[in-house]
Ligand binder design. Structure first.
Ligand SMILES: [Zn+2]
Ligand SMILES: [Zn+2]
Length: 394
């Protein structure tokens, strides 16, 4: 008798995948607070023979499978945290926690990696190398769980290659999106305080008006994007907060601006603070104001290793056919998967989760966000095949 195909095994696992995902969806926890989530994941992994299950940090879980054949060490990653959003979905497994919701799909990522662990545990004797499956806390909130795991624990010691996925409501369920090279941006934060001199709104000539100066800075920062950076490179500078003043007839002393700066290129990322400060300094000096500027580097950009992206593409084509594999578009969002890529080659990819039937076209971080659960099967088939191919290759 021929053994069942991966597709058949994963299809048989569908009710379990849904049960895991729905349980997690009902019990979301915020970044760094994933205590019940981690306990649940740990308990489920301990039902699977052959896995060594540990807790590298208080709210993360690591399952290691040492295969029966020689091979490489592969890291598979799922993030497990939820968001401070009040869910507006009405299905029976909606969040039971007011104001907290799995609105990014990390419930699905966790179910997918649990499913992958189950399949790998069932055929441990035939698996090559060592598969480390990390259920990572705190992707949604900087400094991020990945950084903690990479710098404070031995998770990445000896890892040869890493992969992970994000479900995508921008891609139809059943499809896989992969891209080599720069994939996701670095989300850095700019805070700026303009220190002028307040006074009567009727006599602006006696003041140094931080609001007028701030307005010039906001519009001139777009010149950094359009006139200091090549049109072939991507840079986004968005001022997203502007706080100043208390009433209609007083020019305030100060104005505070906050914004986000995003790009794909590590070189441009290093240059961006100087380009921005030059504009801020010039405008403030021209008008006699002072400023305080803080620039906080967030997650690094996600830059996929070409050969890993190509291997994942080959796997996706073999599993689903050329028609269901697309080139994932670059996007300016950030992802702390980049922390693993500092230590080993790897690639991050998308699995489509959108469909009309599941009403799952809503954007990530929206109160109506949800998944077509076919994406759980697609995700397991990809991760299971990736674990085997990446461990055996080379
Ligand atoms: Zn998110
Ligand atoms: Zn996410």
């Amino acid at each position: 008798m021929t053994p069942p195909t991966t597709e058949a095994r994963v299809s048989a696992l569908r009710p379990q995948l849904e049960a895991w995902r729905r349980h997690l969806h009902m019990h979301p926890e915020l970044s760094f607070e994933e205590h019940e989530t981690a306990a649940y994941i740990e308990a489920e992994l301990k039902k699977m023979p052959g896995l060594s299950v540990t807790r590298p940090t208080a709210t993360s879980v690591l399952a290691v499978l040492r295969g029966g054949k020689p091979g490489k060490r592969v890291l598979l990653r799922a993030d497990i945290d939820a968001l401070p959003i009040h869910e507006e979905n009405t299905f029976e497994f909606k969040s039971k926690r007011d104001g907290v919701m799995h609105a990014c799909g990390h419930d699905g990522h966790t179910a997918i990696l649990l499913g992958t662990a189950k399949l790998l545990s069932e055929d441990a004797a035939n698996v090559a190398g060592e598969i480390r499956m990390i259920f990572q806390h705190a992707e949604e909130n900087g400094p991020g769980g990945a950084e903690e795991l990479v710098t404070q624990t031995p998770l990445m010691d000896g890892v040869d290659v890493a992969t992970g996925l994000h479900l995508s409501s921008g891609l139809p369920a059943g499809k896989v999106g992969i891209r080599a090279g720069a994939f996701m941006a670095s989300p850095d934060m700019l805070t700026l305080k303009i220190i002028g001199k307040g006074g009567h709104g009727a006599q602006p000539e006696q003041t140094i008006d931080p609001i007028a100066i701030g307005a010039q800075i906001v519009s001139n920062l777009q010149h950094v994007v359009s006139r200091n950076v090549s049109a072939l490179e991507s840079l986004v500078v968005s001022i997203t907060q502007f706080h100043a003043g208390t009433t209609h007839n007083v020019i305030p002393d100060t104005a505070e601006l906050v914004g986000t700066v995003r790009c794909f290129s590590p070189e441009l990322r290093q240059r961006a603070p100087q380009l921005i400060e030059r504009v801020v300094k010039g405008i403030c000096e021209a008008h006699g104001a002072r400023y305080e500027m803080n620039y906080d580097f967030g997650y690094r950009p996600v830059i996929n290793t070409d050969w890993v992206a190509q291997t994942l593409r080959d796997i996706a084509v073999a599993e689903f056919g050329e028609g269901d594999v697309v080139e994932a578009p670059q996007w300016m969002g950030g992802e702390d998967f980049s922390a693993y890529l500092e230590k080993a080659p790897g690639a991050y990819f998308n699995v489509g989760s959108a469909s009309d039937e599941a009403d799952s076209h809503w954007p990530h971080h929206h109160p109506r966000f949800t998944l077509d659960e076919l994406s759980l099967e697609t995700g397991v088939r990809m991760m299971y095949a990736a674990a085997q191919r990446l461990a055996a290759e080379g």
